[in-house]
Write a protein that binds this ligand. Sequence first.
Ligand code: GTP
Ligand code: MG
Length: 376
Amino acid sequence: MTLAVIMAGGRSARMRATAGPAHKALVPVLGVTLLERNVCALLSKGFRHIAVAVSAHEPEVERYVLGRARALATARNARLHCLKEASPRGTIGAVALLDAIDGSILVVNVDNLTALQLGKLVAFHEASSAAMTVASHIEMMRMPCGELRIVDGLVAEYLEKPTKRIPASSGTYVLGPKARAMLDPERRWDAPDLVTALIAQGERVCAFPHDAPWIDVNDATRLEQAEQLIAEHLDSFEHWDDAPQHEVVALLVLSPSSVLLTHRPARAARYPERWDVPGEELHRDDTTPRDAARRLLARVVPGTRPAPEFLASFDDLDVATGRLVRHHVFVAHAADEPSPPSFDGPALWVGRQCLERFGPLSAPLVRSLAWAERPR
Ligand SMILES: Nc1nc2c(ncn2[C@@H]2O[C@H](COP(=O)(O)OP(=O)(O)OP(=O)(O)O)[C@@H](O)[C@H]2O)c(=O)[nH]1
Ligand SMILES: [Mg+2]
């Protein structure tokens, strides 16, 4: 079985300088941290053995790996462990710290988001006789000045700021046994060092060209672009490859200052003992999620106009029950705050400023709020 390693070390200096104190592994993109997005992408694509390489100087990242990330893996019958680096091993050196395993090793970067078919990448590598495979996409780069083509000292062509197609590394690799053996555990290795060392030894390093959406999320500007990319490729980024076990219609009802929440009881079939948005299972006789959302709004806040608007659709793995749930989320705006009917449990209006301190919130509630707050 292929082991997948998520590289989540590094200093995260650019993110910290622009977006706050957290390491980028823990920075949310549309309500889901970069680390969780990478863990879920691997689980969704069938990887069942995952290691996350973290710095010993980032205890919050380690806690998250051993808590939330491991709970997600366990819910999917996968194993996830933490590789702790006492000193930085570079962007690929942590592979040398793994216990001996058979088979190829897939390496992904925690700050990359991509809809790349990772299973196909591994199969491509295994069908080649390469020591290592690097996924590659095209970056279009505009030259900041004119380009000269010079032949025998004469200018043959002069192009005004041309745009170049550059094959770029997608920060996603497959290592075979030879690449792994090259890594000396005593020193730091960045991915280009490994490729250079393999080529110098006469080994083959293959490129895996792809045109899947891809982004490297290093700072606050890239965070905004990542949200945009996800919104443009909702199905690739927010839906798992596996079919969801449940589909629900969820309604985010906002008043000018509050959000309507319902408390899900311990016996609830999903997100027990969490505050959540009102929602209900989508039944076969519901013509569309939109019809179901309209009916739900009429029950929750009768008389609210206009009709609920579609906000997002995403799959969420409920760690409490191990179920994969597809949420079709709609948003409605209420002018005031009428007393809400009880759902499975009590419902109430909660000030948006108090949410963080309010109580355990369901992951879909956090995600829905992030979608609603996204600048459009
Ligand atoms: N395990 C491990 N991962 C690393 C290390 N250095 C960088 N990474 C990871 O490699 C990927 C690429 O890192 P960069 O974006 O180039 O660098 P960074 O240090 O994370 O961020 P900056 O400080 O902003 O440059 C990211 O997923 C990092 O988490 C390291 O020493 N150990
Ligand atoms: Mg990066």
